[in-house]
Design a protein around this ligand. Structure first.
Ligand code: NAP
Length: 307
């Protein structure tokens, strides 16, 4: 395994929390390495419109993430595409073991975010890329004029449905309760769209394909009556929340029973020199604003530790 150089601060995850932490640590005069397993920007790159980040009326998730990336790298942060597999203590500092190399660090920030939750249906995997999608902005355009469904009741589902209603002929929004978790204003706006239909108190129970193996319908169960019905759709956009993935760091930091790294608003993990920021942290509000706020707190704390 290649031995990487030692940085003052290694940040695991280049989403909004990690990139914000990089901005603050760089501005504090520290050398910063961001390790990213997939693509910079995290989950927000898949959000069509962000309308609740203070000071910015409306911006696409991709543009927002790209702005953060440009800001962090212009300040001197470097980005390596590698998946962090472990953090081990090394004297007063740490070694972050990646799949491709090892990276020395005086301080580490875990900002791994979270991944899309899957429905858990047997047929789900076989329809990925054949009608089942976890990203409306990536795949919505393939279903121009068609009937599609969005599953979920959070901001992601509502934003996705809003976006799809401008492209697709008809959009079903399937949610397991009759109250949405998403902002009331966004739900009201979505409800005003003539080509959007809410299917509430309902879950998706099966995926049905055509002879070419492409999705042609979904089975939906009304949770109150137990009744099942078939909705003919060309695509199902799954937006039922996220799950964290921090198993690699268990032992070095405390992980709660849902997989989040235990830490408070001070972003401390209980292990000196390791901080946690953003959606991967135990917290009650997971928003861009709170991810950026964590980034500032963790970035400054890690920079001070690395002094
Ligand atoms: P979320 O807020 O956790 O919502 C997940 C939704 O999926 C909930 O409505 C939940 O139902 C439902 N759900 C969960 N597990 C399910 C299952 N197994 N089967 C069926 N339905 C299930 O997730 P999110 O919408 O992805 O948002 C994540 C965070 O990012 C949130 O804090 C959100 O506000 C934020 N976000 C912000 C923006 C923005 O600011 N523009 C955009 C996107 C996301 P219940 O409601 O019944 O639990």
């Amino acid at each position: 395994m290649e031995a990487g150089k030692t940085s003052d601060v290694v940040i695991i995850g280049a989403g909004p929390a990690g990139l914000s932490a990089a901005i603050y640590a760089c501005r504090a005069g520290k050398s910063v390495l961001l390790l990213e397993a997939e693509q910079f920007g995290g989950q927000i790159v898949n959000t069509p419109d962000v309308e609740n980040y203070p000071g910015i009326k409306k911006i696409s998730g991709f543009d927002f993430a790209y702005g953060l990336y440009e800001q962090a790298t212009a300040l001197g942060a470097t980005v390596e595409f590698d998946r962090a597999a472990a953090i081990v203590k090394n004297g007063t500092g740490f070694i972050v073991k990646g799949e491709q190399a090892e990276y020395g660090a005086k301080a580490v920030i875990i900002a791994t975010g979270a991944k899309n939750r899957h429905l858990g249906l047997d047929a789900e995997q076989k329809f990925v890329g054949r009608g089942v999608s976890y990203c409306a902005t990536c795949d919505g355009a393939f279903f121009k004029g068609k009937t599609v469904a969005v599953n979920g009741g959070g901001n992601t589902a509502v934003e996705d449905a809003k976006y799809l209603s401008g492209i697709c002929g008809r959009v079903y929004v399937i949610h397991r309760r009759d109250q949405f978790r998403a902002d009331e204003k966004s739900v009201e706006f979505l409800a005003s769209k003539p080509n959007v239909e809410f299917v509430l108190n309902s879950t998706v129970t099966d995926l049905i394909g055509d002879e070419d193996g492409k999705l042609e319908a979904i089975e939906v169960m009304d949770k109150l009556s137990g009744e099942k019905k078939k909705l003919e759709v060309s695509a199902l956009f799954v937006a039922i929340g996220q799950v964290p993935d921090n198993k690699a760091f268990d032992g070095e930091v405390r992980i709660d029973d849902k997989g989040y790294v235990e830490g408070g608003e001070d972003c401390l993990t209980g292990t000196d020199g390791i901080y946690v920021a953003g959606d991967c942290r135990t917290k009650s509000v997971r928003q861009l604003t709170t991810a950026a706020a964590d980034g500032a707190v963790a970035g400054l704390a890690a920079a001070a530790y690395a002094d």
